[in-house]
Design a protein around this ligand. Structure first.
Ligand code: 3PG
Length: 404
């Protein structure tokens, strides 16, 4: 898809509506403070570049999923404060994203100044992609820039609707970087191309597994979802996680992968061969490593085992492109984190050998942060749902809206 970036447009002395994804986690109780500012930092290159070029920046974002109007626990005010610290500049704040205050503050901006609008989702029209609301947002600015890759899978007013009312539109640097990395992986990967898919449930990942089975040289499965595959193969899985209503889907995926393997007889779908099981869902439960054919009736699978780790390591270290989404086990419990940490280590080593390593999805990003190896990855996506939908092969509404 063809789109302009901020380098291709004139922004000097222009009011630029900059859609960002400042959907950051806040503490549950007042005073609401930011517990992870990664997404704010990720937008800084675009903000800095626009400032340097004399743009008058109007920042807009959603935060959380407020229902029924303004609520302090979803306010972007803490983001304003953090942004001021990060930029070392004063930032104006408008207590509503549309209306007189927003308009006056937008019009009063001078070159290089910044205004942050309050949470877009305080108006239900944002998620409804309401044309009138889109028009009101557009009326604040002359130019539209989208740097909110994390929200690009949402056809909302500030992402899709607004682009019908502003002629000049472009992607920010973060949006471009995400699309470059993820796009190259799914359209033109350096091979071997390996996808590692984990997480608790198969249900949210069926489309991504199916799409990647067609594109990748191998799809490595770990995490809770693996047990639904085992059950579909007729194995005993004890009390392990299982989505019984997805057994048919799991069977289909296994079959499809065998078809893809064709005459070679080598299915690109790689399921774990051994697993760490526990007699309770706690960190200090009794644990054993067993073959996946020997899971005990009252026990549950909590992590991939050492044989699987070495099989996966081998595939990762021989790959040129690796995409990882979803942990291999219950990595929040230290006794069951080894599989996930081993993947992080292998990915880091693969990066060192010149491979492109991409991590997407909330839990795997948290795991990579926990491993201390985040800076060794080629790219860590800021989009959970967005990166997943991209890897499913879908056209994201936010990307389509930027196309020229
Ligand atoms: C995210 O956190 O994945 C994005 O900010 C989108 O948020 P949403 O799922 O609430 O639309």
């Amino acid at each position: 898809m063809n789109f302009k970036t901020i380098d291709d447009i004139d922004v000097t002395s222009k009011r630029v509506f900059l859609r960002v994804d400042f959907n950051v986690p806040l503490t549950k109780t007042a005073p609401y403070t930011i517990t992870d500012d990664t997404r704010i930092k990720a937008a800084l290159p675009t903000i800095e570049a626009l400032r340097k070029r004399g743009a008058r920046i109007i920042l807009a974002s959603h935060l959380g999923r407020p229902k029924g109007g303004p609520a302090p626990e979803f306010s972007l005010a803490p983001v304003c404060q953090r942004l001021e610290e990060l930029l070392g500049a004063t930032i104006e704040f408008a207590s509503d994203c549309v209306g007189d205050e927003a308009m006056q503050k937008a019009m009063a901006l001078k070159d290089g100044e910044i205004l942050l609008l309050e949470n877009l989702r305080f108006h239900k029209e944002e998620e409804a992609n309401d044309p009138e609301f889109s028009k009101q947002l557009a009326s604040l600015a002359e130019v539209y820039v989208d740097d909110a890759f994390g929200a690009a899978h949402r056809a909302h007013a500030s992402i899709e609707g607004i682009t019908h009312y502003l002629n000049v539109k472009a992607a920010g640097y973060l949006m471009k970087k995400e699309l470059d990395y993820l796009g190259a992986a799914v359209t033109n990967p350096r091979r071997p191309f390996i996808a590692i898919i984990g997480g608790a449930k198969i249900s949210g990942k069926i489309d991504v597994i199916n799409n990647l089975l067609q594109k990748a040289d191998a799809v490595l499965i770990g995490g809770g979802m693996a047990y639904t595959f085992y059950k579909a193969e007729g194995l005993e899985i004890g009390k392990s996680l299982c989505e019984d209503d997805k057994l048919g889907v799991a069977k289909d995926i296994i079959l499809q992968a065998m078809v893809k393997g064709g005459a070679t007889g080598r299915s690109p779908l790689q399921l774990p061969t051994d697993t760490v099981i526990a007699d309770a869902f706690t960190n200090d439960a009794n644990k054993k490593t067993v073959s996946v054919k020997e899971i005990l009736p009252d026990w549950m699978g909590m992590d991939i085992g050492p044989d699987t780790i070495s099989m996966f390591d081998n595939l990762i270290l021989n790959a040129q492109t690796i995409v990882w989404n979803g942990p291999m086990g219950v990595f929040e419990m230290p006794n069951f984190a080894e599989g996930t940490m081993a993947i992080a280590r292998a990915m880091a080593e693969a990066s060192g050998r010149g491979a492109t390593t991409i991590v997407g999805g909330g839990d795997s990003v948290a795991a990579v942060e926990q491993s201390g190896l985040a800076d060794k990855m080629s790219h860590i996506s800021t989009g959970g749902g967005a990166s997943l939908e991209f890897l499913e092969g879908k056209t994201l509404p936010g990307v389509k809206a930027l196309s020229i």
